[in-house]
Write a protein that binds this ligand. Structure first.
Ligand SMILES: O=C(O)CCC(=O)C(=O)O
Ligand SMILES: [Fe+2]
Length: 436
């Protein structure tokens, strides 16, 4: 997480409501893509099949404003490894410059390693931007893992990868209530990391944080959660997920299964009735409380999004587009590599909450996901963003009622160091925070 000292416009206008911010951000228009993103129609809930549209995360024709954060995330673990990565980055032609006063920091305190972007950037060149910070690396010495999932996990996996149809074998029943471990047991043996993995880690490390106003009320904070924060979130979710009210295989009222595992924090959301409640009907369990740290992350993300929006528009206050929100619900989803979620609206929160446009705040951790969204429940018209580990997406205000879903999980895209630290199983952990 950054420290949120404000976003600024790189000259257009100063940040709102923050006395110590400096104008170190760049606003650029996101370049338009010629070819619209189309979501394959074969991605219907009953087929379980998908073919790639070939257009990944670069969006339909639209202009959004992109802000590049000069600072980035830092790990607490493996300082020596950070040094190693830093020197590797330098070798790659890093444009590292002295810190000019951090406008915004992700987690950690290595602001001396941070630097602003030298020129406007486009999303297409994100991967090439160099911020001179080994932000996402905690340890580059990767280890090989022999993962062993338990027999019970395997059974759940099999059901999950089945079609969402009315098949008796795939219908939701009491046996779907078995708790699901989002992490794997493992045996670790050390290997020299393959060059490809080191390069992947380096690319992630040099990306920095980028804030994008996708549309009014919808903000994407790329690379926002540090590896440390991600490790904390995974560990907490694992612990809670194996206890009362933990991860289970949810199903709809018609018996069909969702293609994910779920755990609710704060309040239970019941897919059978589409209602929130204090207990989980199938086992009477009380949902665990939302960990304090999670709420802090959410508050920071909202503040930073509001600052971002305020600097991007002369007309709007950040709070008008992204209202403040105190989450009392968190829905944690775990998608295995075959997981997905059809286009839907989040509409079961209170009428007041929705009316006010209180944002849904979504954390992505682990493998990347193809996230689709639009104003209609129409895959052909939907736009798409690839959500990567550490990204935070907010949709509130005018975007509170968008249709959205997860088209696919992109295999083997989780940061290696995250997997190494947590044994997170292949797949993606997503947390969505809401206020009832
Ligand atoms: O996994 C995601 O990114 C979206 C999850 C979601 O839309 C939900 O839980 O309602
Ligand atoms: Fe949703």
């Amino acid at each position: 997480m950054n420290n949120g000292e404000g976003w600024s416009s790189g000259g257009r206008r100063g940040p709102r409501g923050r006395s110590n911010s400096k104008e170190t951000w760049q606003i650029v228009n996101r370049p338009k893509s010629e070819s619209p993103v189309t979501v394959d129609r074969s991605l219907d809930e009953s087929s379980g099949n998908r073919s790639s549209s070939g257009s990944r995360g670069r969006g339909r024709c639209r202009t959004v404003q992109v802000y590049v954060e000069k600072s980035s995330q830092v790990s607490n673990v493996g300082k020596a490894a950070q040094e190693e990565v830093k020197s590797q980055e330098d070798g790659l032609g890093s444009t590292k410059q002295p810190d000019e006063g951090a406008a915004f920091k992700c987690s950690g305190d290595n602001s001396d390693l941070l630097q602003p972007s030298a020129s406007p950037v486009s999303r297409e060149c994100e991967g090439r931007m160099s911020f001179g910070l080994a932000n996402r690396m905690e340890d580059v010495s990767l280890c090989g893992q022999v993962s062993m999932s338990s027999t019970s996990d395997k059974k759940v996996e099999d059901r999950d990868s089945a079609h969402k149809s009315g098949d008796v074998g795939n219908a939701w029943n009491e046996s779907n209530t078995r708790l699901f471990d989002i992490c794997l047991e493992k045996k670790v043996f050390c290997l020299k990391p393959p060059l490809k993995e080191l390069n992947q880690a380096k690319r992630r490390a040099t990306k920095g944080c980028i804030g994008i106003v996708i549309r009014p009320g919808m903000v994407l904070l790329k690379n926002y959660l540090s590896i440390n924060d991600q490790v904390l979130i995974v560990n907490k979710c694992r612990e809670l997920g194996l206890g009362e009210g933990g991860f289970y295989q949810p199903g709809y009222g018609d018996g069909a299964l969702l293609h994910l595992k779920m755990m609710c924090l704060g309040r239970n959301w019941d897919p059978q009735t589409s209602r929130y409640g204090d207990t989980r009907p199938h086992d009477g369990s009380v949902p665990p409380k939302i960990p304090f740290e999670f709420n802090q992350f959410v508050q920071k993300a909202i503040q930073d999004s509001q600052s971002l929006v305020a600097t991007s528009s002369k007309k709007t206050k950040g709070e008008d587009e992204i209202p403040c929100m105190s989450p009392d619900i968190c829905i944690a989803n775990f998608y295995t590599s075959t997981g997905r979620l059809g286009l839907h609206k989040d509409k079961d929160e209170s009428a007041k909450s929705i009316q006010k446009g209180l944002p849904v705040v979504s954390f992505s951790i682990g493998d990347s996901a193809e996230f689709v969204y639009g104003d209609q429940r129409d895959y052909d018209k939907a736009e798409m963003e690839v959500l990567e580990s550490g990204d935070v997406l907010l949709f509130g205000g005018k975007s509170r009622n968008i249709f959205h879903g997860v088209r696919s999980i992109l295999k083997d895209t989780a940061p290696k160091v995250l997997v190494q630290e947590t044994n997170l199983r292949p797949g993606r952990l997503n947390l969505t925070f809401r206020q009832y």
